[in-house]
Design a protein around this ligand. Structure first.
Ligand SMILES: NC(=O)c1ccc[n+]([C@@H]2O[C@H](COP(=O)([O-])OP(=O)(O)OC[C@H]3O[C@@H](n4cnc5c(N)ncnc54)[C@H](OP(=O)(O)O)[C@@H]3O)[C@@H](O)[C@H]2O)c1
Length: 323
């Protein structure tokens, strides 16, 4: 059965496996560059969301930039009858940048975030989200101060109960946000491949009652073991943007963990169990493109790794740190 955990010092009880809703919006491109994992039709998205609910998932993470609002629209529609039973997390800061080589720019300003949240609420067909997250860590003192003001205003207006920041790999920024007491939650990358948060960030978050949400716990699908050397992603998939060396390294490193897969457990389940093994983590939010993927991921709530396996994992990771 899918277990719940407390989201830091908030009063939210979140399913330890939530649903990452990035893939659910369907194919979207900017300047011909895909910003999604390819296409996914509305019926499939709706089926994934409804099955997640049936299986005990109560935590759904989206963002205004996912398929340029379509992930939020589909999520809002599918959850409409269940609003009181679920926790909806969204994010803002990403803005399409049609004139630049990178498809997304960043705007963390007060006016942008306030207006973006209003648009998100409309798409989500709700008057509040449980958690609003800045989709990028602040980069300057001005950004930090402005974000603090934004969070206060959002909470005062009742548009979100809690506020946090999605920092990606910017772990030092996460530490600063926690030390400044600015956030209820931090969303970050942490997986068998991205393991640096275990040293400082996770223990500090726990000490300060900051909820931890893990994005990309399957490292964008590489930690399923299904991608082999030589694989090339379709142009409609954002992962086609990886350069050859990065792609080769992700596949090669993921294959080091094949020893965790056995008759009773697939690699994706072991990868999620690794993340959930840390008690600082409140929820991990793997994305899914089918009901089968979703079901398999949820099975990780009943899986665990042995001490021997954890030691072997640490040995592999230590070698990478030294290389
Ligand atoms: N900066 C941020 O704030 C940020 C960034 C990224 C993600 N996120 C959040 O974190 C969530 C999760 O990250 P993610 O979706 O990027 O990556 P992920 O959860 O690491 O991987 C998801 C992908 O892996 C594949 N997959 C998932 N379960 C599988 C299974 N059981 N068997 C085989 N393949 C499976 C699917 O793609 P394929 O089948 O095509 O391989 C799926 O789209 C996002 O949806 C989003 O909510 C936040």
């Amino acid at each position: 059965m899918l277990q719940n955990r407390k989201l830091g010092r908030t009063n939210l009880s979140v399913s330890e496996i939530g649903l990452g809703c990035w893939p659910l919006g369907g194919l979207t491109t900017i300047n011909g560059i895909s910003i999604t994992y390819g296409d996914l039709d509305e019926a499939t998205a709706s089926n994934i969301i409804k099955t997640a609910l049936e299986l005990g998932v109560n935590t759904f993470d989206t963002a205004d930039s996912y398929s340029l609002g379509n992930s939020e629209k589909r999520l809002g529609k599918a959850l409409k009858e269940h609003r009181a039973d679920v926790h909806i997390f969204t994010k803002a800061a990403g803005v399409p940048s049609y004139n630049e080589p990178m498809p997304m720019g960043i705007d963390l300003s007060y006016h942008h975030l306030m207006a973006a949240l209003d648009r998100s609420l409309k798409r989500l067909e709700t008057s509040y989200v449980d958690l609003f997250q800045a989709h990028k860590a602040p980069q300057s003192e001005k950004d930090f101060l402005s974000l603090e003001k934004t969070f206060k205003e959002i909470k005062a207006e009742g548009k979100a109960f809690y506020c946090g920041v999605s920092i990606g790999l910017e772990y030092e920024k996460g530490i600063e946000l926690i030390k400044r007491g600015m956030v209820d939650t931090i969303q970050l990358y942490f997986s068998l491949l991205d393991f640096r948060p275990v040293e400082k960030l996770l223990p500090l978050a726990k000490k300060n009652g900051v909820g931890i949400i893990i994005a990309e716990p399957l490292a964008q699908g590489f930690l399923t073991g299904k991608y082999k050397q030589g694989h090339s992603f379709s142009k409609t998939d954002i992962r086609s943007g990886y350069d050859t060396i990065t792609l080769r390294t992700k596949i090669e490193r993921s294959q080091h963990f094949q020893f965790l897969a056995n008759e009773s457990r697939t690699l994706n389940v072991a990868a999620l169990a690794y993340v959930l093994n840390r008690d600082e983590v409140s929820t991990c939010i793997p994305g899914a493109k089918s009901v089968e993927q979703l079901r398999s991921n949820i099975g990780a709530s009943e899986a665990s790794l042995t001490n021997d396996e954890l030691e072997k994992i640490a040995e592999i990771q230590q070698k990478w740190l030294q290389s």
